[in-house]
Design a protein around this ligand. Structure first.
Ligand SMILES: [Zn+2]
Ligand SMILES: [Zn+2]
Length: 328
């Protein structure tokens, strides 16, 4: 039984995985996060900058479809782009690059990074380094996008638009930065998205560009941002994590499995985020298929002592105690 299971772990150290580390590993880990900044309402207030204009402009571009009309092929492109894009966000950016929950060879690693970046959510090392910071400090004063501390807008969009988070902290992603092809991709984050956009235009003209590509991009952005904001606000908490992470089936549907966010915050090392059979996790099902053809290897399971932690120690999971823990 580890320290989390006995409830003796300070709230800042939440995952069962992190509690099994040696003292040296913990010290090393804390050194890595030395750039974490204290977040207050004042230093996270929204500031307009000219560099944000393309981001806002892209939100208006789907309206171009009113001038071009929409064809069936455009709708098909939109559906395929959203589905594959979201798969590579969750399977790539999140479950592989941020958490290393399964293995890929170097070729497929590059393909997963490239495809994830087709959604224009910045470089793969940028994404992973910021996400690792989120888990380290979730819903504390150092969390980069805490909905609880900083409100919905900052957790959804504000942190991405802020100049505090433009740089990649390479200290946090040394395991990824040793691959020059990933570093190159990280420094040229928009190349994959440009290729998809140009392809859409060449296949289906302006209507596919506006309705298929740009609308797809906007939906993919907000679908992903929802995990940072709304899954820390709405849903149920099965496990005591000391943060506001929630399980929510609707968000799991639109993000192909990421909505089981309380499960994920409790145990970040498993490939699947829907821990029980009824918690549908489309990303996991696709990764399972890819493992049968040898692309994906060594998917990490959810151990039973983690999965049933709430049943084995029900007294720890009562609503009253959970509230007390969250307030302390
Ligand atoms: Zn995560
Ligand atoms: Zn989270």
């Amino acid at each position: 039984m580890n320290a989390t299971m006995t409830g003796r772990v300070p709230l800042a150290k939440r995952s069962p995985k992190s509690t099994s580390k040696t003292k040296e590993e913990k010290r090393e880990n804390n050194k890595k996060f030395k750039h974490a900044k204290l977040k207050t309402k004042e230093n996270t207030r929204y500031k307009f900058r000219w560099t944000q204009i393309p981001f806002f402009l892209i939100h208006l571009l789907p309206l171009g479809a009113f001038f071009t009309g929409v064809h069936v092929a455009d709708a098909i492109f939109l559906a395929v782009f959203y589905f594959t894009g979201m798969f590579f966000v969750t399977a790539g950016y999140h479950r592989y690059f941020s958490h290393k929950t399964y293995k890929l060879n170097r070729f497929w690693q590059f393909i997963f990074a490239f495809m994830a970046q087709a959604t224009a959510q910045k470089g793969v090392l940028w994404w992973a380094s910021h996400h690792r910071t989120h888990h380290k400090y979730s819903d504390t004063d150092y969390d980069i996008h805490s909905a609880k501390k900083l409100g919905f807008f900052y957790s959804h969009l504000g942190w991405i638009l802020s100049d505090d988070h433009e740089e990649t902290d390479y200290d946090l992603v040394k395991d990824l930065a040793k691959y020059p092809e990933l570093v190159w991709l990280n420094k040229h984050p928009l190349i994959p998205a440009w290729i998809v956009g140009i392809t859409a235009y060449l296949i289906g003209g302006a209507s596919m560009l506006f309705f298929g590509f740009f609308l797809g991009l906007v939906l993919l952005w907000h679908g992903t941002f929802t995990i940072n904001s709304l899954t820390h606000m709405f849903g149920k908490q099965r496990y005591v994590t000391g943060d506001e992470s929630r399980n929510n089936p609707f968000f799991a549907l639109i993000t192909l499995g990421e909505g089981w966010h309380n499960n994920h915050h409790f145990f970040q090392s498993s490939t699947r985020q829907g821990f029980f059979w009824w918690e549908f996790d489309i990303t996991y099902y696709i990764l399972k298929l890819l493992s049968w053809v040898g692309i994906v290897k060594k998917m990490r399971p959810v151990p039973d002592h983690i999965k049933y932690a709430h049943i084995r120690e029900p007294e720890k999971y009562s609503a009253k105690l959970r509230n007390e823990k969250n307030q302390s």
